[in-house]
Design a protein around this ligand. Structure first.
Ligand SMILES: Cc1cc2nc3c(=O)[nH]c(=O)nc-3n(C[C@H](O)[C@H](O)[C@H](O)COP(=O)(O)O)c2cc1C
Length: 189
């Protein structure tokens, strides 16, 4: 079993994407290839990057960075659940990535995005620039949910539909392939 960590990027009070995240988490937990852990950036509560040295050196001075380093180091693969803000990826995620470097290396990432007509795709595409710079491998198969609020019921639960459920399954399959393929590289860091 591989360790899959699902990062929830929205930290806004009253955030709505948590329901999209919970829907995906339930699907991922049924996949016997992965043990799933959820990393909610709202709870992790990292400050803006406050380390004096470049993360490549791993000379961390703050407890929150040391904790974040351990958490990310232990993962084999990631899924980022991201909203789109002003056609961009959320700064919370960008900041959380910047804290570290080696801990991210050679790990595949699936992106679940949501928004209005774009389904968060502009944010997803933008995040790939940063993802590849820290030597993570983004999956081209992604889950994009346009007009996501239309699929949230009166209890705040995101109700999956055929295309969304299917794309989640395809993403997890692809993620497994890359998680296995990149294992030798992760072992030789
Ligand atoms: C600052 C801000 C900028 C936004 N920009 C976009 C956007 O560019 N594209 C889009 O589809 N939705 C945009 N929205 C609407 C979001 O899709 C919607 O608010 C969604 O609930 C955000 O996810 P969250 O509630 O999980 O934070 C924006 C919302 C905020 C708060």
């Amino acid at each position: 079993m591989y360790s899959l960590k699902i990062i929830i990027a929205s930290t806004r009070p009253g955030r709505k994407g948590i329901s999209v995240a919970n829907w995906f988490i339930e699907i991922a937990k049924k996949d016997s290839n992965f043990t799933v852990e959820v990393l909610d950036l709202e709870k992790i509560n990292l400050p803006f990057l406050d380390e004096p040295k470049h993360p490549k050196l791993q000379q961390y001075t703050k407890e929150h960075t040391k904790e974040w380093s351990k958490t990310i180091d232990a993962a084999d693969a990631f899924v980022f659940v991201i909203p789109e803000y002003n056609y961009s990826m959320p700064p919370t995620l960008s900041n959380a990535i910047d804290f570290l470097y080696k801990e991210w290396n050679y790990k595949p990432v699936g992106i679940v995005s949501y928004g209005g007509i774009s389904g968060g795709l502009r944010a997803a595409q933008m995040s790939k620039l940063q993802i590849t710079t820290v030597k993570m491998m983004p999956m081209s198969e992604g889950v994009a949910i346009p007009f996501f609020e239309q699929h949230i019921d009166e209890n705040g639960k995101f109700i999956g539909y055929e295309a969304a459920d299917k794309s989640a399954e395809v993403l997890l399959k692809e993620l497994l392939k890359w998680t296995e393929a990149l294992k030798p590289m992760r072992n030789n860091k």
